[in-house]
Design a protein around this ligand. Structure first.
Ligand code: PLP
Length: 429
């Protein structure tokens, strides 16, 4: 099957990789077919919107095409060989994901549509039964809307209070404020692992310990921006729910996961009802299938799971330490280069650890105008509130420009970004 797992390199490939390195390019880029074609007006694509969604390597595209072409069938129900094979492959990806995240309990890995649906699953399947008026849920102002709105809906249905931890000048969570906000009525603490605006890596071990020490609250970590970029080892964390999306880590859209603990999921009601999630159905009642199927109603996104498996294989072969090192080095370079742009303000620069999500404003130029000018240079960035309006308000801006990096970006991409920004400054001067 086609291209191109990162195999041990032959000498000519090594030479080519060295040449690319010297040019500031990234050798993993050639595994992604979208970069092997010109973007607009013949210029190369500089894709700096990976925090929204990532490009796909050929191996993922091939896995999807191969699945649909040669081995397609449904899972779990088939009394025939093809379906059994697909079921095995499907469940192997669950095992792969468990290994990738250091998740101790495969039965507690539920496939969902994305991180958003995983959080909604927790809110509805746990929250409706376990939250009551007088309770509170503690969130942070750097949460993505997907970890705010489900809890606002619970406030509507169950009359709970929402409390928010703020950030300091460095763009880090105020952990002493977190400790103050938690009380005996706190039922859940929800924190993003990495901010999709500031790139801040929140100290999950410390947060987990702190919450466990001072309450019985459950802990939900949003790993949507973390799992794609750094090694995650859930065995080392105090947590109850961890969520993520495949499309932000080289996989297909429409598939994500909730990682939890079996004993907790056993006690929860299902989120969606329908086929595949039941054991026995009577006129007025039903019993539920074993975990994790109890939470996977309907025919799942089988191809999505298979494609995610290929993405996990790719990332595993590259090595998440290398992905992180590459991104940290590129982020340092980008921060240094961007600070040379006249009138730029970069949000959140003093964190102990930050990843390659860089939000900024240019004095007097609207973020949407910046994005449009950059696009003419083949540079794709995001402009807007990034589904983080609480954080925008806290920062005192309606919107920012955001450049976000991944393993296929190199210093050449940063240089193109900076050159295009310089031109935007010239145009608006
Ligand atoms: C921190 C964070 N959480 C959750 C999400 C939601 O991800 P999805 O749209 O894949 O559900 C995003 C998406 O940008 C995100 O950045």
């Amino acid at each position: 099957m086609g291209m191109s797992m990162p195999m041990p390199k032959g000498s000519s490939e090594l030479e080519q990789a060295a040449e690319q390195e010297a040019a500031g390019e990234c050798s993993w880029r050639r595994d992604f077919p979208i970069f092997n074609q010109p973007y607009r007006d013949g210029i190369p694509l500089t894709y700096l919107d990976s925090a929204a969604t990532t490009q796909k390597p050929q191996v993922v595209i091939d896995a999807l095409s191969d699945f649909y072409s040669h081995t397609y069938a449904t899972v779990h129900r088939g009394a025939y060989e093809l379906s059994s094979q697909v079921t095995d492959r499907f469940d192997q990806v669950r095992a792969k994901l468990a290994q990738f995240l250091g998740a101790p309990d495969e039965r507690a890995i539920v496939f969902t549509r994305n991180a958003t649906e995983a959080i909604n699953l927790v809110a509805y399947a746990w929250g409706l039964d376990n939250l009551s008026p007088g309770d509170n849920v503690v969130l942070t102002i750097m949460e993505h809307h997907s970890n705010i709105i489900p809890w606002q809906l619970m406030a509507h249905y169950r009359g709970i209070e929402l409390r928010y931890v703020e950030i300091d000048q460095q763009g880090e969570l105020k952990l002493d404020q977190l400790a103050e906000l938690i009380d005996e009525h706190t039922r859940l603490v929800g924190v993003t692992h990495v901010s999709n605006v500031l790139g801040t890596v929140n100290p999950l071990p410390e947060i987990g310990r702190l919450v466990r020490e001072c309450s019985d609250a459950l802990i939900l970590f949003d790993g949507a921006q973390a799992a794609p970029h750094l090694p995650v080892n859930l065995t080392e964390l105090e947590f109850d729910f961890y969520v993520l999306s495949a499309h932000k880590m080289l996989g297909p859209t429409g598939i994500g996961a909730l990682i939890s603990r079996s004993e907790l999921l056993e006690k929860m009601q299902p989120f969606n009802g329908g086929g595949s999630m039941i054991e026995r159905v009577e006129l007025d009642t039903a019993t539920w299938a074993e975990l994790p199927y109890k939470f996977e109603a309907g025919t799942p996104h089988i191809a999505g799971v298979i494609g995610w498996g290929a993405a996990l294989d790719y990332l595993t072969q590259v090595g998440m330490e290398r992905v992180l090192d590459h991104e940290l080095a590129l982020t340092d370079y980008a921060l240094a280069r961007l600070s040379q742009v006249p009138g730029i303000r970069i949000f959140g620069q003093g964190q102990k650890m930050r990843l390659g999500v860089i939000s900024f404003e240019l004095a007097g130029i609207h973020p949407h105008d910046i994005a449009t000018i950059l696009d003419h240079h083949g540079v794709c960035i995001r402009a807007g509130h990034h589904c983080a309006q609480l954080l925008m308000k806290f920062l005192g801006v309606p919107a920012t420009s955001r450049a976000s990096f991944y393993l296929y970006n190199g210093r050449d991409d940063v240089d193109r970004l900076v050159n295009a920004l310089m031109e935007a400054v010239e145009i608006f001067r």
